[in-house]
Design a protein around this ligand. Structure first.
Ligand code: ARG
Length: 464
């Protein structure tokens, strides 16, 4: 192409010396922003189509631009495109190549546009696609959870508070708690996508442009909900990237909590589940080891996403309106957040259906910690004992159990009656694990019938 100055820059007209070699490398973003090429090309095709519609480009020029851009897309995808750091970023690499391919028409593409509205548009188009991809993986994971929960609706495990056995719950109920956490994350992602889906193009550098542009037309071509209302805001804010990263950080935090439980459950001390070998690795020194690497890595990767959130917030906080080069720094943390999230969702969605519960061990653990003590207190309350007194009586029963090494259900009726005369033979029904979970039979409770109903509702919620 005919360069504007000996330095070979698209913006070189007013410059009298070449860019310092290190500064060129320091300011360039092409090594990482080239991943936006598809969106850059889509945005340019829409922009050129709009320019032709309003008569700024001829139809011949538009066709040449569209053909050229499509050819460039082919070159990039075939690995034949020569990326150049001297061309600084994805936008100028593609524009320079376009002009090399089609001549003067290529130089007209940037009419009524700036890299500032261009990059803000590319980023939104990119993130919109990536949100859709993440939501699809998340839904696959959620469906896996619901299926497993339904299968394990009757499986009894200890529920914990303070990581001490508290009350029996069903494994299905526990898994549906995970589902709820993730469902809020799904809604957050969809919400973020909706707010993000407005188009910066037309804002140009910062103030708009003197051409009679048709922004509604460009927005429609690109699938945006509307053109952005304010040009200064449109080119400068990266809150959409921050909002996505915040949603991703929360989602990762939830995956991390699930991971922590999987890690505990696979330990010899809990021994509640098995993870198939394909999700684990061994130790190079201890032959007996089978380590839960996948959940451990997910737990670990949460740290980098949380870090990216802080990075992006800090990147934005001191910026005056409108565009500042600082914003070039939004890309690597955002891209890494997207990659990390997608990888973790994928591996989790693959792993969850493969979880093998060890039902007998879960049941044994649920019996071990006097987990039906509250059921005994509730039983006494039903017989007219005030709750505080019932609490005291059951505490004594637990003491008896500890001293004699027995569970509440194993104590003799006479021993229980010595603590409270209202206790009858029917007490043993409430002291069983099955009786305990079945009694929590209301919306949100752990009873197997409730878990089955909740699983069905969860499936329906995933359709919206
Ligand atoms: N590479 C730049 C970025 O990522 C593109 C916009 C550059 N705009 C400018 N006025 N220097 O933000």
């Amino acid at each position: 192409m005919a360069d504007q100055d000996p330095n070979g820059k698209l913006w070189g007209g007013r410059f009298t010396e070449s860019t310092d070699a290190f500064v060129e490398a320091f300011t360039a973003s092409v090594d990482f922003d080239r991943r936006l090429y598809r969106y850059d090309i889509d945005g340019s095709i829409a922009h050129a189509s709009m320019l032709a519609k309003i008569g700024v480009l001829s139809e011949t020029e538009r066709d040449a631009i569209v053909d050229g851009l499509q050819r460039i897309r082919g070159e990039i995808e075939a690995g034949d495109f020569e990326w150049s750091v001297a061309r600084e970023d994805v936008h100028m690499n593609i524009e320079a190549r376009l002009t090399a391919l089609i001549g003067d028409a290529g130089k007209k593409l940037h009419t009524g546009r700036s890299r500032n509205d261009q990059v803000a548009t590319d980023m939104r188009l990119y993130l919109r696609d990536e949100i859709d991809a993440s939501v699809a993986e998340l839904e696959r994971l959620q469906r896996g959870l619901v299926d497993l929960a339904e299968r394990e609706a009757d499986t009894i495990m200890p529920g914990f508070t303070h990581l001490q056995v508290a009350m029996p719950v069903t494994f299905g109920h526990h898994l549906l708690a995970w589902f709820e956490m993730l469902e809020r994350d799904r809604q957050r992602l969809k919400d973020c996508r909706r707010r993000m889906n407005v188009m910066p193009l037309g804002a140009a550098a910062l103030a708009g442009t003197t051409y009679p542009i048709d922004r509604a037309y460009t927005a429609e071509l690109l699938g945006f909900e509307a053109p952005a209302e304010n040009s200064l805001d449109a080119v400068s804010d990266r809150d959409f990237a921050i909002e996505f990263t915040a949603a991703a950080a929360l989602l990762m935090t939830h995956l991390s909590r699930c991971s922590e439980e999987l890690i505990l459950w696979t330990s010899a001390q809990f021994d509640f589940i098995d993870l198939p070998d394909r999700f684990c690795t061994g130790s190079s020194i201890m032959p007996q080891k089978k380590n839960p690497d996948v959940p451990e890595l997910v737990r670990g990767k949460t740290g980098r996403v949380n870090g990216h959130l802080i990075g992006l917030l800090t990147l934005m906080k001191g910026q005056p309106l409108a565009y500042n080069k600082d914003n070039q720094e939004d890309k690597e943390p955002l891209f890494d957040t997207v990659d990390t999230l997608k990888g973790c969702l994928r591996v989790f969605a693959d792993m969850v259906p493969a979880i093998e519960p060890k039902r007998d061990n879960m049941r044994r653990a649920a019996r071990a910690g006097f987990s039906t003590a509250t059921d005994l207190a509730d039983y006494l309350v039903r017989k007219g004992v005030p709750f505080r007194d019932a609490h005291e009586i059951v505490g004594k029963a637990v003491r008896l159990g500890i001293d004699s090494g027995r569970d509440l259900a194993e104590l003799e009726l006479a021993a229980l009656q010595a603590l409270s005369p209202v206790i009858g033979e029917d007490v043993f029904e409430v002291l069983t694990l099955e009786g305990s979970v079945a009694a929590r039979d209301h919306l949100g409770g752990t009873a197997p019938s409730q878990v089955r109903a909740a699983a069905q509702r969860a499936r329906a919620r995933l359709e919206i």
